[in-house]
Ligand binder design. Structure first.
Ligand code: C2E
Ligand code: CA
Ligand code: CA
Length: 639
């Protein structure tokens, strides 16, 4: 029978296209990708060898026998090797997340034995002609000619069995590939039965390469590479289609907490395996649709059922699961998760707005002590809208450098003079209404906007001091947040501004709270020392709000301690607390700190503080924070 090579030529084209597409994306970095690229090259070689061998047989009378034997043997060997390589690759994919699984080792051993036997047969064929031989320039099949196909059948059976036994641990991509395979195999067999003269060997290889490429290598745009779950884009699409159906639905977000610890403890690779395990668990929750990976550590679920208690039970189920450790191949660890949920019922929100709201609620859940689920309701919506509005106003004001400053005078009773003041940021919205720092400072801190805001204030304070030489204040306090210390260039910038406005550095006092310091004590310490060398002074602000770690706070070189209003108020009462405050003030004075009492509103308090020998007093009793003009007037009136 004369064989047609049409299909082999088409196969070369298919593999050529795959290779060029694959090379263009330069993905051959890890073992999996390098292995696939090698398979593609080997497929091409195998098909070329097949074509050469068939031509050799066709023109056997004109070609030396040893070349024909060599071509056919090489084809046999390469094809068998390719078959086993693809099988090994499939096993690797089945156990991708369990690289030390016993079945993987067993499978590799079986594959090795099969290929060893095939190679031996090819070698022995030179003498025993079991596979093929040439007689009178005619090619004959030997009794074991179909052994290569038998080997392939064995491979298919063991892959199929292994997949079936371990189907709960394989990725979604592998499942899809395994579901497609039988159809392709049946179609090829049917084709071969109908067109017996057409060579299909190359086509089988090309189709196998194609399926692997589509399933595992093509990185579908809506699929997450690590977990095999659908990604953020697909989640938004799902929400949009739900919204279009106009039926209420419930959405849940799950965020994994403190995952950087896992990566640090077990390494990135094991971290990925933990995420894969979690994704697998979330994806099979009965009460919910498939899971989506929204961002690195956040997963989204849409509930099948729309009732509220159903969502509650679903979240409870997940919380319970998170009570137990997650197991990966060589270790196990308990992970904590935060939850948020939202009920869509004909609201005006589109998919992006729903996700934005869920993420907002999830951030709140993360802040809660036991990470309880935060339900996004109307109240939260109002809060979020307000925060968005404040942030907008803040950014707007920063862009225009339109942050005003109020100065609150601080009284030095021993010298009977207002010797210093505190600069406090003031923000007005577009309607001229004041937004309190208590509201906008936390937003500025959470969004990082605080950096720019503080630099504007520092510049304004410097400009105020250099523009008013008649003001004899010993110091102006500026409040700092943690972000400032994370700015690598903080010391340089501060120095630059002080020089630009020719301000004596010791007139700038920077206030830092315990909360700020405890976030990164080393970094704060370093910056304080560097700025102190340049002459800038530091105050410990809000002392008494939480005496978490007094000794480490006092290890920092503060020149002044500011007693918070709450502590000052305690000093006014009789009893144990008051005695503690009194003793503490005495101790600070002994240690050489200067003390400022904050939030002083009455004469009685002033008298008490004077008795305690507190150095300076700040509060409404003397003056509220004043705008620049009023503050200058205030100082003038004191002279
Ligand atoms: P703080 O640093 O403790 O500032 C003192 C706060 O106490 C000011 O509130 C001031 O108006 C208020 N105050 C002063 N005397 C009295 C009094 O006698 N009674 C009462 N009840 N309150 C008094 P303000 O201006 O609303 O600022 C609140 C907080 O916002 C500040 O507390 C500070 O933590 C933060 N803040 C203000 N401006 C800035 C800034 O420019 N940067 C940073 N990072 N934080 C700022
Ligand atoms: Ca302060
Ligand atoms: Ca304070």
């Amino acid at each position: 029978m004369e064989f047609s090579l049409k299909m082999e030529v088409i196969s070369i084209i298919i593999i050529g296209v795959l290779l060029s597409y694959y090379n263009e994306r330069q993905k051959g970095v890890n073992l999996k990708n390098r292995c696939f690229r090698f398979c593609l090259h080997l497929s091409l070689i195998s098909i070329f060898l097949n074509i050469l061998a068939v031509w050799g047989i066709r023109f056997s009378s004109e070609i030396p026998l040893f070349i024909n034997m060599l071509l056919s043997s090489a084809y046999y060997l390469v094809t068998c090797f390719l078959g086993e390589l693809v099988t090994a690759y499939l096993f690797y994919l089945i156990f991708e997340h369990y690289p030390h699984h016993v079945c993987l080792k067993k499978s590799f051993t079986i594959i090795g034995i099969i290929f060893g036997a095939e190679a031996l047969l090819v070698f022995l064929n030179y003498w025993n002609h079991w596979l093929f031989y040439f007689q009178d320039n005619i090619y004959y099949r030997g009794p074991l000619n179909a052994i290569c196909y038998v080997g392939l059948m064995v491979d298919v059976i063991i892959v199929g069995r292994c997949y079936y036994l371990h189907r709960d641990i394989v990725s979604g991509a592998m499942k899809k590939a395994m579901r497609t395979m039988p159809y392709i195999i049946c179609a090829v067999m049917l084709f071969q039965l109908l067109y017996r003269d057409v060579m299909m060997n190359g086509m089988v290889t090309a189709l196998a390469d194609l399926i692997i490429f589509i399933s595992f290598q093509s990185n579908r745009i809506d699929e997450d590479y690590l977990t095999g779950l659908q990604n953020r884009g697909a989640f938004l699409e799902e929400l949009t289609s739900r919204i279009n159906r106009k039926k209420p639905f419930h959405v849940i977000l799950v965020g994994i907490n403190q995952f950087d610890q896992i990566n640090r403890k077990f390494g990135q690779k094991n971290g990925d395996e933990f995420l894969f395990e979690i994704a697998k668990y979330l994806n099979q929750l009965n009460q919910c649709s498939a899971a989506y990976r929204i961002s690195n550590l956040t997963f989204g679920l849409v509930c099948k059922n729309e009732t509220c208690n159903h969502v509650g039970s679903c979240i409870e189920t997940m919380k319970e699961r998170f009570e137990a450790p997650w197991k990966i191949e060589n270790t196990e660890y308990k992970l904590s998760a935060s939850f948020s949920d939202l009920y869509w019922n004909q609201n005006e929100w589109d998919a992006t707005q729903i996700l934005e709201r869920l993420e907002y609620a999830l951030r709140m859940s993360k802040k809660r002590e036991n990470h309880d689920c935060v339900h996004f309701d109307e109240q939260l919506n109002e809060k979020m809208e307000r925060q968005k509005y404040v942030l907008e106003q803040l950014k707007d004001a920063i862009e225009r450098k339109d942050i005003s400053i109020s100065y609150q005078p601080i009284y030095c009773w021993k010298d009977d003079v207002f010797c210093s003041c505190e600069a406090l940021a003031r923000l007005y919205d577009k309607n001229g209404e004041l937004i309190s720092p208590g509201e906008f400072i936390p937003i500025a801190e959470a969004t990082g906007v605080i950096q720019e805001l503080t630099w504007i204030i520092v510049e304004k304070v410097c400009s105020f001091l250099s523009g008013h030489p008649e003001v004899k204040l010993k110091g102006v306090s500026i409040n700092l947040s943690m972000q400032q210390f994370l700015d690598e260039n903080m010391v340089g910038k501060m120095d630059q501004l002080i020089k630009k406005y020719q301000v004596e550095p010791n007139r700038i006092k920077l206030e830092v709270t315990e909360r700020t310091i405890s976030q990164n004590i080393e970094k704060v310490h370093q910056s304080i020392l560097m700025l102190q060398q340049k002459g800038v002074g530091f105050y410990l602000d809000d002392f008494g709000v939480g005496y978490s770690n007094l000794s480490s706070m006092l290890a920092l070189p503060f020149e002044t301690i500011k007693l918070d209003k709450s502590l000052v108020d305690k000093a006014m009462c009789d009893g144990k607390e008051s005695r503690i405050v009194n003793a503490m003030v005495g101790l600070f004075l002994e240690e050489g700190y200067s003390i400022v009492a904050e939030g002083v509103e009455s004469e009685e308090t002033v008298e008490k503080l004077m008795k305690l020998n507190v150095d300076r007093i700040q509060g409404f009793y003397y003056s509220k924070p004043l705008n620049e003009k009023d503050f200058l007037e205030f100082l003038q009136n004191q002279e």
